[in-house]
Write a protein that binds this ligand. Structure first.
Ligand code: UD2
Length: 322
């Protein structure tokens, strides 16, 4: 039985990974400082994991977290472009400094492999589509810069110290347990919950911006594959995790209208500073080296997510959706 450390375990992605690791019969240790994570996300598995409330900015806590660990899934972050534009120092500390601490701790603990939640934000607004890993990154927001710098650190720790690292560039992940309650929440979580409550959502800009919205189960699978792939093929490298299909926000709103029964219209507001216009992935490298295939498509993912918000969200957070 292997032992996995999951940072940001109380977050949407971390808590989904924890369930998958437990399901394959391995052990889970988790850390979270609850800056964006929610205790409710791990309540149901709390007695089956070694959970520690800790902040990776505390190097001692990072070292204790990595002690006798085989694999690390590093999901802890402040994952928001606009929040980083408002507070770049906070973004740098939570996203970059904490990662360097974790890398140091993982190297000392001789973990087998560390897999990192990198971001498609690294590509910025380079005009080439789809985005592939060999492209020159052109990050716009402080968040994107911090996530990209982490990738470079991961590669450096592999090349300088032999710590096996893999960066997975997530493309706009969505699914059950994604928090819709903050203005910094992902657009699908916000739109779905608003539309179920018959509240009007707002599109920032003209709605022609596109995203490669990726359902959480695809991401979980990519992480598990990243632990298993041969080091000679994946260590120190970066891989897109996406579906290879982009949809724009206007179209997304129309699809959500059908799925939620919302009959109102959308409002348009000013474009968000630091926003990327188009984001669609080339996933051929991930398919080739990780054996990854996106198994749940956008529509199926949306249907499952809407069902979860309708049936589970109210129970967990006491905010009924009509
Ligand atoms: C970025 C990254 C993503 C992930 C995420 C973490 C890109 C392309 N993607 O997502 O991979 O790292 O950061 O937060 O950089 N929007 C609205 N109305 C709303 C909310 C959002 O129109 O109420 C727009 C927003 O302006 C943007 C799109 O929806 O154009 C997606 O926004 P988001 O915050 O869900 O994610 P994004 O693309 O910043």
């Amino acid at each position: 039985m292997a032992v996995y450390l999951i940072t940001g375990i109380a977050g949407f992605i971390g808590s989904s990974l924890a369930r998958a690791v437990l399901a394959q019969g391995d052990a889970v240790r988790g850390v979270d400082n609850f800056s964006t994570g929610k205790p409710g996300n791990i309540a149901e598995i709390r007695d089956r994991i070694d959970f520690r409330e800790a902040d990776l900015l505390d190097l001692k806590a990072a070292r204790e977290a990595c002690h006798e660990i085989d694999y690390v899934f590093h999901e802890a972050a402040i994952p928001s472009v606009p929040r980083s534009v408002l507070d770049p120092l906070e973004s740098n500390q939570a996203n970059l400094d904490a990662t360097v601490h974790l890398l140091l701790a993982a190297r000392e603990a001789k973990v087998k492999r560390l897999v990192f939640a990198a971001s498609s934000a690294a590509y910025g607004d380079s005009p080439t589509l789809p985005k592939h890993e060999a492209m020159q990154p052109t990050p716009i927001s402080p968040y994107a810069v911090a996530k990209l710098a982490c990738e470079y650190y991961l590669t450096s720790f592999y090349r300088c110290y032999g710590l096996e690292t893999v960066s997975l560039r997530y493309f706009n992940i969505f699914g059950p347990r994604q928090d819709p309650s903050s203005p910094y929440s992902g657009v699908l979580a916000q739109f779905i919950t608003k539309m179920l409550k018959r509240e009007q959502p707002t599109i920032f800009g003209d709605g022609k911006q596109s995203r490669d919205f990726t359902y959480i189960d695809n991401v979980v699978e990519a992480n598990l594959l990243a632990c298993k792939a041969p080091a000679t093929e994946v260590a120190g490298r970066v891989f897109n995790v996406a579906t290879a299909r982009g949809v724009d926000l206007n179209e997304t709103f129309q699809v959500l209208k059908k799925l939620t029964g919302y009959t109102g219209e959308v409002k348009y507001g000013p474009e968000r500073t630091g926003d990327v216009k188009h984001s669609v992935a080339d996933i051929s490298r991930t398919e080739k080296y990780l054996g990854y295939k996106p198994r749940v498509n956008f529509e199926e993912g949306l249907a499952r997510t809407i069902e979860w918000y309708k049936t589970e969200w109210a129970g967990l957070y006491g905010q009924p959706l009509s």
